[in-house]
Write a protein that binds this ligand. Structure first.
Ligand code: NDP
Ligand code: OXD
Length: 315
């Protein structure tokens, strides 16, 4: 009898239980190994399921056929110098993930646009303080960096709330009611018309540090920044400086250079910065198990799996 397919589930301790059930249900003939269940026979592993593999893990898997990312972003996997560039790497793409991230972005756009923090502060003082919107919706221009699976859904949701929306991507897009800018040459005019800038780019050598002092200087005075992509996109000190000098109105950050965000980071207590702990969209184990089982079934048949990452491009 042929050996069963062997999967290694590499998730933070405490999370494996959420993943093991749906995977075993959808791949009943497979052997599922878990890091939290003792030593692993690494030579047997065919498929690795991971998000940020610890150093040395991939190098130890001599017979690996493919890797499935538990997230949409694969920077944590590609950062491993031992990742074998000739095997397929699949990322997680699902409507549930895009929808959650779109909800996060819409919520933080509206909190800023409607001045909700002002009313929270008034409530804390038992004060009845009315105030109109600082800027009409039609004049609040939103710019989305990254018009992929997630950026496109965010753009559509914000457009449907009557905000003027533009997107910036490597290639030009055609999304109804959303103006498209593309390539490095069109970044400056895109930024100049972004009163709220939302970053939804993958982290690659080209996009690393893209949210920096130069970028912020190109935004209109009073602009607001939302980073829900990766901490590596943002130069945190440049953001704080741009807010403290009054050029930017504030920011919402879900992702950080160092995660968990260190307790002594100035970002925690900055009055104009909202911090959330990388929860803008959390992968649904059932949806991911479905995608992984479909991917493994295709690969075992010798067919391509969906959402294969272009390793040279980095996303
Ligand atoms: P996609 O790969 O679908 O989209 C990426 C977009 O970025 C594309 O439009 C692409 O352009 C554009 N892009 C990439 N490189 C460049 C560049 N150098 N210049 C201009 N545009 C560029 O990714 P997703 O939408 O699925 O996900 C985006 C990111 O969101 C993930 O990589 C991850 O980091 C982050 N994320 C964060 C989560 C959280 O909880 N905070 C949850 C999920 C994702 P083109 O279309 O032309 O190729
Ligand atoms: C992802 C994430 O990339 O959760 O999916 O950050």
């Amino acid at each position: 009898m042929a050996d069963p397919i062997t999967l290694l589930l590499d998730v933070p301790s405490g999370w494996a239980g959420h993943w093991a059930g749906p995977l075993s249900e959808l791949l009943p003939g497979a052997r599922l190994l878990r890091q939290d269940e003792g030593p692993i026979d690494t030579a047997r592993v065919d498929y690795l399921i991971t998000f940020r593999p610890r150093k040395g893990l991939i190098a130890s898997l001599a017979n690996l056929k493919a890797v499935f990312s538990l997230g949409a972003g694969v920077d944590g996997i590609l950062a491993d110098p031992d990742f074998p560039r000739d095997i397929p790497l699949m990322r997680f793409v699902d409507r549930s993930l895009s929808r959650e991230l779109a909800q996060y972005v819409v919520m933080h756009v509206l909190i800023f646009h409607r001045g909700q923090r002002y009313f929270d502060a008034a409530q804390a003082m038992n004060k009845w303080r009315q105030r109109p919107l600082l800027r009409p919706t039609e004049d609040t221009r939103i710019g989305i960096l990254g018009m992929g699976e997630i950026g496109t859904m965010c753009a559509e949701r914000l457009r449907d709330l009557d905000f003027p929306v533009t997107g910036w991507s490597r290639t030009r897009k055609s999304v109804t009611g959303v103006e498209s800018f593309s390539g490095a040459g069109e970044l400056a005019p895109f930024l100049a018309r972004s009163d709220i800038l939302v970053c939804l780019l993958p982290l690659t050598p080209e996009t690393k540090g893209i949210l920096n002092a130069k970028t912020f200087a190109l935004l209109p005075r009073g602009a607001f920044v939302i980073n829900a992509a990766r901490g590596g996109h943002l130069i945190e000190a440049d953001l704080v400086e741009a807010i403290d000098t009054g050029h930017l109105a504030g920011a919402t950050l879900d992702v950080f250079q160092h995660e968990p965000l260190p307790a002594d980071s100035v970002l925690w207590n900055h009055p104009k910065i909202t911090v959330t702990p990388h929860i803008a969209a959390i992968t649904d184990p059932r949806a991911a198990a479905r995608a992984i089982s479909e991917g493994i079934t295709a690969l075992e048949r010798g067919e391509p799996a969906a959402h294969r990452v272009n390793i040279a491009r980095g996303y």
